[in-house]
Design a protein around this ligand. Structure first.
Ligand code: PHE
Length: 342
């Protein structure tokens, strides 16, 4: 009697060993047959009742072995199938060229502003900044605009209160700088300025300036001319010529406007220079002694020069942009054209 029971268990052991498992479905069949709640090993445990007493221990070990071998086979095959499955997953080819995300571009005004800053930095000019909302003192009075003087009308101002306005130029930063530091002062003031003008292709209510200030002992008109001549050549090319025309600003005495030779037509005559051969690019002059005194700088001891240019104007000239409004619309078809500019 016992031998028959033993034989059945031995057979089961062989069955487990030989059970074919090639895929996940067959593995599931195997699990149900040997490890599931209604598995075919369990009845063999019950048979122990019918085994002769002296062989019960041996039989117990045999059916335990059965269970263990089913478990072991399941674990092994399960491991194999999962690693085969993961080997089948579509691993991306890391050597393929990438579809690069489009790179943004610097705004043309930032490009040109950086070029201006860089040229003056080479001459030792530092950068100064100030508030866009400015008081009357820094924007006008300290700059020698007397109260009610018609010169205040030269720039149409956005007033916020009687005393506060959006700055109309970054000359206000020159005042702040002279009030807080001692000569020698050599600095440029880039920044956004505001004027109450009707928006058109040639005018906007906001634009950008880079102004400059140099105050020291013995600063002369020759220094002003040479500095700006250097700037013009660096910005527009080696063969650029400059000329100065007398002008008027309340804060400079003498005052001038600087033209450069037309770099488009080389003075042959074109519509950029309106057939004059010259294009105006900045205002400048020797700092009025009153302005130095307003900032508690001894005008007997020190002299200085100042200049101011519009970044939009220079950008329009350099890149032949014919409508000022393009700078503020952020149309990517416009901005993308400056991809290569640093
Ligand atoms: N502040 C003047 C303007 O905005 C420019 C300027 C600056 C002129 C310094 C002379 C000297 O028009």
């Amino acid at each position: 009697m016992s031998q028959e029971i033993f034989d059945k268990a031995e057979e089961k052991l062989k069955e487990i060993a030989a059970y074919p498992v090639a895929n996940a479905d067959e593995l599931e069949q195997f699990r149900i047959a040997f490890l599931g709640t209604k598995n075919t090993i369990r009845p063999l445990f019950g048979e122990i009742r019918n085994v002769d007493n002296d062989r019960k221990k041996e039989y117990g070990q045999l059916v335990n072995q059965l269970k263990q071998s089913a478990e072991a086979k399941f674990e092994e095959l399960n491991g194999q199938l999962t690693s085969e499955a993961s080997a089948d997953i579509d691993v991306p080819d890391l050597t393929k060229p990438v579809n690069a995300d489009p790179i943004g571009t610097r705004h043309p005004l930032a490009v040109v502003q950086n070029q201006i800053i860089e040229i003056f930095a080479r001459l030792g000019f530092t950068i100064s900044e100030g508030p866009q909302i400015e008081d009357d003192w820094h924007n006008f009075t300290a700059l020698n605009f007397p109260p009610d003087h018609p010169a205040r009308d030269m720039q149409d101002t956005f007033f916020l209160t009687e005393d506060m306005a959006l700055r109309t130029h970054t000359s206000s930063v020159q005042i702040r700088l002279m009030e807080t530091s001692k000569p020698p002062i050599r600095s440029i003031m880039p920044g956004r300025v505001f004027r109450n003008e009707t928006i058109s292709a040639r005018a906007h209510c906001q634009f950008h300036q880079v102004e400059g200030l140099y105050v020291d002992t013995n600063v002369s008109l020759a220094d002003l001319k040479q500095t700006l001549y250097y700037f013009a050549r660096e910005m527009f090319g080696e063969d650029t010529k400059v000329r100065f025309r007398p002008s008027y600003f309340p804060f400079t005495e003498i005052s001038a406007e600087m033209d450069i030779s037309c770099f488009v037509c080389k003075q042959e005559g074109c519509n950029i220079c309106k057939y004059t051969g010259w294009v105006e690019i900045l205002g400048c002059g020797m700092v009025d002694p009153n302005v130095l005194e307003n900032c508690k700088i001894d005008s007997e001891k020190y002299t200085g020069f100042a200049f101011g240019m519009g970044v939009e104007r220079i950008t329009m000239l350099k890149y032949r942009v014919n409508d000022l409004r393009l700078f503020f619309e952020n149309d990517v078809r416009f901005l993308r054209q400056f991809t290569s500019a640093k």
